[in-house]
Design a binder for this molecule. Structure first.
Ligand code: AMP
Ligand code: TRP
Length: 328
Protein backbone atom coordinates (compact mmCIF):
# COMPACT_ATOMS: atom_id res chain seq x y z
CA UNK A 1 0.00 0.00 0.00
CA UNK A 2 1.34 3.40 -0.93
CA UNK A 3 0.74 6.53 1.12
CA UNK A 4 1.35 10.01 -0.23
CA UNK A 5 1.00 13.43 1.31
CA UNK A 6 2.23 16.95 0.72
CA UNK A 7 2.94 19.80 3.09
CA UNK A 8 3.67 23.48 2.53
CA UNK A 9 7.19 24.74 3.23
CA UNK A 10 7.17 26.79 6.42
CA UNK A 11 8.85 26.67 9.82
CA UNK A 12 5.60 27.71 11.41
CA UNK A 13 3.97 24.31 11.56
CA UNK A 14 1.33 24.29 14.27
CA UNK A 15 -0.39 21.74 16.48
CA UNK A 16 -3.16 21.27 13.87
CA UNK A 17 -0.61 20.29 11.23
CA UNK A 18 1.10 18.02 13.73
CA UNK A 19 -1.99 16.18 14.92
CA UNK A 20 -3.96 16.28 11.65
CA UNK A 21 -1.13 15.40 9.30
CA UNK A 22 2.45 14.97 10.51
CA UNK A 23 1.70 12.33 13.14
CA UNK A 24 -0.22 10.35 10.49
CA UNK A 25 2.79 10.52 8.14
CA UNK A 26 4.99 9.08 10.86
CA UNK A 27 2.49 6.31 11.62
CA UNK A 28 2.15 5.62 7.88
CA UNK A 29 5.74 4.42 7.73
CA UNK A 30 4.67 1.30 9.59
CA UNK A 31 1.60 0.65 7.50
CA UNK A 32 2.83 1.07 3.98
CA UNK A 33 5.36 2.81 1.81
CA UNK A 34 5.18 6.48 2.58
CA UNK A 35 6.06 9.21 0.09
CA UNK A 36 6.09 12.72 1.57
CA UNK A 37 6.61 15.88 -0.40
CA UNK A 38 7.38 19.47 0.58
CA UNK A 39 5.32 21.42 -1.90
CA UNK A 40 7.40 24.47 -2.77
CA UNK A 41 5.59 24.82 -6.12
CA UNK A 42 2.30 25.20 -4.28
CA UNK A 43 3.86 27.87 -2.09
CA UNK A 44 4.46 30.15 -5.11
CA UNK A 45 0.73 30.41 -5.85
CA UNK A 46 0.44 33.20 -3.26
CA UNK A 47 2.80 36.08 -2.53
CA UNK A 48 6.18 34.68 -1.44
CA UNK A 49 9.78 35.71 -0.94
CA UNK A 50 12.26 33.89 -3.23
CA UNK A 51 15.07 34.36 -0.71
CA UNK A 52 12.98 32.53 1.89
CA UNK A 53 11.51 29.65 -0.09
CA UNK A 54 14.52 27.33 0.21
CA UNK A 55 15.03 28.15 3.88
CA UNK A 56 11.43 27.37 4.69
CA UNK A 57 11.74 24.09 2.77
CA UNK A 58 14.68 23.12 5.01
CA UNK A 59 12.66 24.18 8.07
CA UNK A 60 9.86 21.82 7.06
CA UNK A 61 12.24 18.98 6.19
CA UNK A 62 13.87 19.33 9.61
CA UNK A 63 10.49 19.38 11.39
CA UNK A 64 9.34 16.24 9.56
CA UNK A 65 12.58 14.38 10.31
CA UNK A 66 12.49 15.56 13.92
CA UNK A 67 8.89 14.33 14.23
CA UNK A 68 10.00 10.86 13.21
CA UNK A 69 10.10 10.51 9.44
CA UNK A 70 12.95 8.15 8.71
CA UNK A 71 14.43 8.42 5.20
CA UNK A 72 15.33 4.73 5.37
CA UNK A 73 11.66 3.86 5.79
CA UNK A 74 9.99 6.51 3.61
CA UNK A 75 10.69 8.92 0.78
CA UNK A 76 10.94 12.60 1.71
CA UNK A 77 11.55 15.08 -1.10
CA UNK A 78 10.99 18.56 -2.47
CA UNK A 79 8.26 18.83 -5.10
CA UNK A 80 10.23 21.04 -7.52
CA UNK A 81 13.05 18.47 -7.69
CA UNK A 82 10.77 16.04 -9.53
CA UNK A 83 9.74 17.67 -12.82
CA UNK A 84 7.17 14.96 -13.47
CA UNK A 85 4.72 16.70 -11.13
CA UNK A 86 4.38 19.79 -13.28
CA UNK A 87 4.16 17.86 -16.52
CA UNK A 88 1.50 15.54 -15.12
CA UNK A 89 -0.46 18.54 -13.81
CA UNK A 90 -0.71 19.87 -17.36
CA UNK A 91 -1.68 16.50 -18.80
CA UNK A 92 -4.35 16.07 -16.10
CA UNK A 93 -5.75 19.52 -16.78
CA UNK A 94 -7.38 17.96 -19.84
CA UNK A 95 -9.51 15.76 -17.57
CA UNK A 96 -10.16 18.36 -14.86
CA UNK A 97 -13.46 20.21 -14.85
CA UNK A 98 -13.17 23.99 -14.89
CA UNK A 99 -16.47 24.19 -13.00
CA UNK A 100 -15.11 21.92 -10.24
CA UNK A 101 -12.07 24.17 -9.81
CA UNK A 102 -14.38 27.15 -9.44
CA UNK A 103 -16.08 25.38 -6.54
CA UNK A 104 -12.92 24.84 -4.46
CA UNK A 105 -13.34 26.34 -0.96
CA UNK A 106 -9.63 26.87 -0.48
CA UNK A 107 -9.41 28.91 -3.68
CA UNK A 108 -12.29 31.07 -2.55
CA UNK A 109 -10.70 31.65 0.85
CA UNK A 110 -7.17 32.24 -0.36
CA UNK A 111 -8.13 34.38 -3.34
CA UNK A 112 -10.18 36.59 -1.05
CA UNK A 113 -7.13 37.09 1.17
CA UNK A 114 -4.75 38.20 -1.62
CA UNK A 115 -3.95 41.89 -1.70
CA UNK A 116 -1.70 42.11 -4.75
CA UNK A 117 -2.62 39.43 -7.22
CA UNK A 118 -4.88 36.42 -7.48
CA UNK A 119 -2.61 34.22 -9.58
CA UNK A 120 -3.74 31.68 -12.15
CA UNK A 121 -1.54 29.27 -10.18
CA UNK A 122 -3.80 29.62 -7.15
CA UNK A 123 -6.73 28.54 -9.29
CA UNK A 124 -4.72 25.66 -10.78
CA UNK A 125 -3.40 24.53 -7.38
CA UNK A 126 -5.72 21.50 -7.03
CA UNK A 127 -4.56 20.12 -10.41
CA UNK A 128 -0.94 20.15 -9.29
CA UNK A 129 -2.06 18.52 -6.05
CA UNK A 130 -3.84 15.79 -8.02
CA UNK A 131 -0.65 15.24 -10.02
CA UNK A 132 1.39 14.97 -6.79
CA UNK A 133 -0.66 12.02 -5.64
CA UNK A 134 -1.55 10.34 -8.93
CA UNK A 135 2.09 10.31 -10.10
CA UNK A 136 2.77 7.76 -7.33
CA UNK A 137 -0.41 5.76 -7.81
CA UNK A 138 -0.94 6.27 -4.10
CA UNK A 139 -3.79 4.50 -2.32
CA UNK A 140 -4.05 6.74 0.70
CA UNK A 141 -3.66 10.45 1.34
CA UNK A 142 -3.33 11.42 5.02
CA UNK A 143 -4.59 15.00 5.43
CA UNK A 144 -6.60 17.19 7.75
CA UNK A 145 -10.25 17.91 7.19
CA UNK A 146 -9.58 21.09 5.16
CA UNK A 147 -8.14 19.02 2.29
CA UNK A 148 -11.17 16.76 1.87
CA UNK A 149 -12.48 18.59 -1.19
CA UNK A 150 -9.07 18.54 -2.89
CA UNK A 151 -8.89 14.78 -2.46
CA UNK A 152 -12.42 14.42 -3.85
CA UNK A 153 -11.30 16.38 -6.92
CA UNK A 154 -8.24 14.21 -7.51
CA UNK A 155 -10.44 11.13 -7.30
CA UNK A 156 -12.70 12.59 -10.01
CA UNK A 157 -9.65 13.42 -12.12
CA UNK A 158 -8.30 9.87 -11.81
CA UNK A 159 -11.68 8.32 -12.60
CA UNK A 160 -12.13 10.53 -15.66
CA UNK A 161 -8.60 9.82 -16.87
CA UNK A 162 -9.18 6.08 -16.55
CA UNK A 163 -12.53 6.32 -18.35
CA UNK A 164 -11.07 8.31 -21.27
CA UNK A 165 -7.62 6.78 -21.66
CA UNK A 166 -7.63 3.38 -19.92
CA UNK A 167 -7.02 2.15 -16.39
CA UNK A 168 -3.65 3.70 -15.65
CA UNK A 169 -4.25 5.68 -12.48
CA UNK A 170 -5.14 4.63 -8.93
CA UNK A 171 -8.11 6.40 -7.35
CA UNK A 172 -6.83 7.45 -3.90
CA UNK A 173 -8.69 7.65 -0.59
CA UNK A 174 -8.34 10.47 1.91
CA UNK A 175 -7.23 9.35 5.35
CA UNK A 176 -8.58 11.90 7.78
CA UNK A 177 -8.02 11.24 11.49
CA UNK A 178 -11.14 10.56 13.58
CA UNK A 179 -9.96 12.95 16.31
CA UNK A 180 -7.94 16.07 15.55
CA UNK A 181 -8.72 16.51 11.84
CA UNK A 182 -9.74 20.08 12.55
CA UNK A 183 -7.93 21.65 15.50
CA UNK A 184 -9.40 25.07 16.20
CA UNK A 185 -7.73 28.35 17.13
CA UNK A 186 -7.40 28.69 20.92
CA UNK A 187 -8.63 32.29 20.87
CA UNK A 188 -11.31 31.87 18.18
CA UNK A 189 -12.51 28.28 18.47
CA UNK A 190 -14.93 28.83 15.58
CA UNK A 191 -11.93 29.24 13.22
CA UNK A 192 -9.43 26.50 12.42
CA UNK A 193 -5.90 26.85 13.71
CA UNK A 194 -3.81 28.09 10.78
CA UNK A 195 -0.51 29.73 9.93
CA UNK A 196 -2.26 32.68 8.36
CA UNK A 197 -5.50 34.23 9.36
CA UNK A 198 -6.21 33.04 12.88
CA UNK A 199 -4.65 34.65 15.95
CA UNK A 200 -0.99 34.36 16.97
CA UNK A 201 -1.96 33.79 20.62
CA UNK A 202 -4.42 31.11 19.57
CA UNK A 203 -1.92 29.16 17.46
CA UNK A 204 0.42 26.65 19.10
CA UNK A 205 3.53 26.23 16.98
CA UNK A 206 5.47 22.98 17.05
CA UNK A 207 8.63 24.99 17.73
CA UNK A 208 7.17 27.16 20.52
CA UNK A 209 9.08 27.05 23.82
CA UNK A 210 7.28 25.14 26.61
CA UNK A 211 6.63 28.35 28.59
CA UNK A 212 4.88 29.89 25.59
CA UNK A 213 2.81 26.76 24.96
CA UNK A 214 1.75 26.79 28.58
CA UNK A 215 0.79 30.47 28.42
CA UNK A 216 -1.23 30.08 25.22
CA UNK A 217 -3.09 27.09 26.64
CA UNK A 218 -3.83 28.80 29.94
CA UNK A 219 -5.27 31.77 28.06
CA UNK A 220 -7.33 29.64 25.69
CA UNK A 221 -10.92 30.86 25.63
CA UNK A 222 -13.35 28.56 27.33
CA UNK A 223 -17.10 28.75 27.39
CA UNK A 224 -19.45 30.04 30.01
CA UNK A 225 -20.91 27.44 32.30
CA UNK A 226 -19.22 24.40 33.69
CA UNK A 227 -18.87 20.80 32.71
CA UNK A 228 -16.15 19.24 30.61
CA UNK A 229 -18.05 17.74 27.72
CA UNK A 230 -18.22 18.36 24.00
CA UNK A 231 -21.09 20.29 22.48
CA UNK A 232 -21.65 22.70 19.58
CA UNK A 233 -22.48 25.35 22.20
CA UNK A 234 -19.04 24.86 23.75
CA UNK A 235 -16.54 25.12 20.88
CA UNK A 236 -13.67 26.18 23.15
CA UNK A 237 -13.93 23.24 25.55
CA UNK A 238 -14.71 20.85 22.72
CA UNK A 239 -11.46 21.84 21.03
CA UNK A 240 -9.44 21.39 24.23
CA UNK A 241 -10.98 17.94 24.77
CA UNK A 242 -10.15 16.96 21.19
CA UNK A 243 -6.57 18.17 21.56
CA UNK A 244 -6.01 16.19 24.75
CA UNK A 245 -7.64 13.11 23.22
CA UNK A 246 -5.38 13.33 20.16
CA UNK A 247 -2.28 13.85 22.27
CA UNK A 248 -3.15 10.90 24.52
CA UNK A 249 -4.27 8.78 21.60
CA UNK A 250 -7.68 8.08 23.17
CA UNK A 251 -11.31 8.79 22.32
CA UNK A 252 -12.71 12.18 23.41
CA UNK A 253 -15.25 10.28 25.56
CA UNK A 254 -12.37 9.02 27.69
CA UNK A 255 -11.29 12.61 28.37
CA UNK A 256 -14.87 13.54 29.27
CA UNK A 257 -14.94 10.66 31.74
CA UNK A 258 -11.55 11.46 33.27
CA UNK A 259 -12.49 15.11 33.80
CA UNK A 260 -16.16 14.67 34.71
CA UNK A 261 -15.63 15.85 38.29
CA UNK A 262 -13.00 18.46 37.47
CA UNK A 263 -12.84 22.10 36.35
CA UNK A 264 -11.70 23.95 33.25
CA UNK A 265 -8.47 24.89 35.04
CA UNK A 266 -7.66 21.22 35.59
CA UNK A 267 -8.14 20.47 31.91
CA UNK A 268 -5.87 23.36 30.94
CA UNK A 269 -3.18 22.27 33.41
CA UNK A 270 -3.24 18.73 32.01
CA UNK A 271 -3.05 20.13 28.48
CA UNK A 272 -0.11 22.39 29.28
CA UNK A 273 1.88 19.48 30.71
CA UNK A 274 0.94 16.92 28.06
CA UNK A 275 1.11 19.10 24.94
CA UNK A 276 4.52 20.35 26.04
CA UNK A 277 5.76 16.79 26.57
CA UNK A 278 4.21 15.76 23.22
CA UNK A 279 6.01 18.43 21.20
CA UNK A 280 9.28 18.66 23.15
CA UNK A 281 11.14 15.78 21.46
CA UNK A 282 10.41 17.23 18.02
CA UNK A 283 11.52 20.72 19.02
CA UNK A 284 14.74 19.37 20.53
CA UNK A 285 15.63 17.19 17.54
CA UNK A 286 14.78 20.08 15.22
CA UNK A 287 17.41 22.21 16.94
CA UNK A 288 19.98 19.51 16.20
CA UNK A 289 18.93 18.83 12.61
CA UNK A 290 18.18 22.29 11.21
CA UNK A 291 21.76 23.69 11.23
CA UNK A 292 22.97 20.83 9.00
CA UNK A 293 21.75 22.27 5.72
CA UNK A 294 24.07 20.05 3.68
CA UNK A 295 22.61 17.01 5.40
CA UNK A 296 19.03 18.14 4.79
CA UNK A 297 19.84 18.94 1.18
CA UNK A 298 21.38 15.47 0.73
CA UNK A 299 18.30 13.80 2.26
CA UNK A 300 15.98 15.71 -0.07
CA UNK A 301 18.15 14.98 -3.11
CA UNK A 302 18.19 11.28 -2.34
CA UNK A 303 14.42 11.35 -1.77
CA UNK A 304 13.91 13.11 -5.11
CA UNK A 305 15.88 10.45 -6.94
CA UNK A 306 13.78 7.68 -5.45
CA UNK A 307 10.56 9.61 -6.02
CA UNK A 308 11.44 10.24 -9.67
CA UNK A 309 12.02 6.53 -10.24
CA UNK A 310 8.33 5.99 -9.42
CA UNK A 311 6.83 9.11 -11.01
CA UNK A 312 8.70 8.66 -14.30
CA UNK A 313 7.04 5.27 -14.80
CA UNK A 314 3.57 6.76 -14.36
CA UNK A 315 4.40 9.62 -16.72
CA UNK A 316 5.57 7.23 -19.42
CA UNK A 317 2.26 5.35 -19.16
CA UNK A 318 0.17 8.52 -19.11
CA UNK A 319 1.94 10.08 -22.12
CA UNK A 320 1.61 6.86 -24.05
CA UNK A 321 -2.08 6.44 -23.18
CA UNK A 322 -2.76 10.02 -24.25
CA UNK A 323 -0.79 9.81 -27.49
CA UNK A 324 1.61 12.51 -26.34
CA UNK A 325 5.20 12.27 -27.61
CA UNK A 326 6.78 9.49 -29.65
CA UNK A 327 5.43 5.93 -29.37
CA UNK A 328 7.10 3.75 -26.77
P1 AMP B 1 -0.23 22.88 5.22
O1 AMP B 1 0.75 23.31 6.25
O2 AMP B 1 -1.25 23.89 4.87
O3 AMP B 1 0.43 22.26 4.05
O4 AMP B 1 -1.07 21.70 5.90
C1 AMP B 1 -0.48 20.47 6.18
C2 AMP B 1 -1.50 19.49 6.67
O5 AMP B 1 -2.05 19.91 7.91
C3 AMP B 1 -2.69 19.28 5.73
O6 AMP B 1 -2.93 17.90 5.63
C4 AMP B 1 -3.83 19.96 6.43
O7 AMP B 1 -5.08 19.36 6.16
C5 AMP B 1 -3.47 19.78 7.90
N1 AMP B 1 -4.04 20.84 8.74
C6 AMP B 1 -3.92 22.18 8.55
N2 AMP B 1 -4.57 22.87 9.50
C7 AMP B 1 -5.12 21.94 10.34
C8 AMP B 1 -5.91 22.03 11.54
N3 AMP B 1 -6.26 23.21 12.07
N4 AMP B 1 -6.31 20.87 12.12
C9 AMP B 1 -5.95 19.67 11.60
N5 AMP B 1 -5.20 19.52 10.48
C10 AMP B 1 -4.79 20.64 9.85
N1 TRP C 1 -2.82 21.38 -0.32
C1 TRP C 1 -2.19 20.74 0.80
C2 TRP C 1 -2.26 21.68 2.03
O1 TRP C 1 -2.39 22.87 1.90
C3 TRP C 1 -0.74 20.42 0.51
C4 TRP C 1 -0.57 19.40 -0.58
C5 TRP C 1 -0.01 19.59 -1.80
C6 TRP C 1 -0.95 18.02 -0.53
N2 TRP C 1 0.00 18.44 -2.51
C7 TRP C 1 -0.58 17.46 -1.77
C8 TRP C 1 -1.56 17.23 0.43
C9 TRP C 1 -0.83 16.10 -2.08
C10 TRP C 1 -1.82 15.88 0.14
C11 TRP C 1 -1.45 15.34 -1.11
O2 TRP C 1 -2.15 21.23 3.13
Amino acid sequence: MRIFSGIQPTGRKHLGNYIGAISQYVAGQDRGDGVYCIVDLHAITVEFDPAELRERTYDTAAILLAAGLDPRRCILFRQSDVFEHTELAWLLSSVTSYGDLQRMHQFKEKSGAQRKLVSAGLFFYPVLMAADVLAYRANEVPVGDDQRQHVELMRDVALRFNAYFGEHLVVPEARIPAVGARIMDLQNPETKMSTTGASEEGTLYVLDEPALIERKLKRAVTDSGEGIHRSPQKPGITNLIDILAAVRGVEPEAIERDFAQLRYGDLKAALAAEVTAYLAPTRERYAQLRPDVAGLQATLADGAQRARAIAAGTLADVRDAMGVGPPR
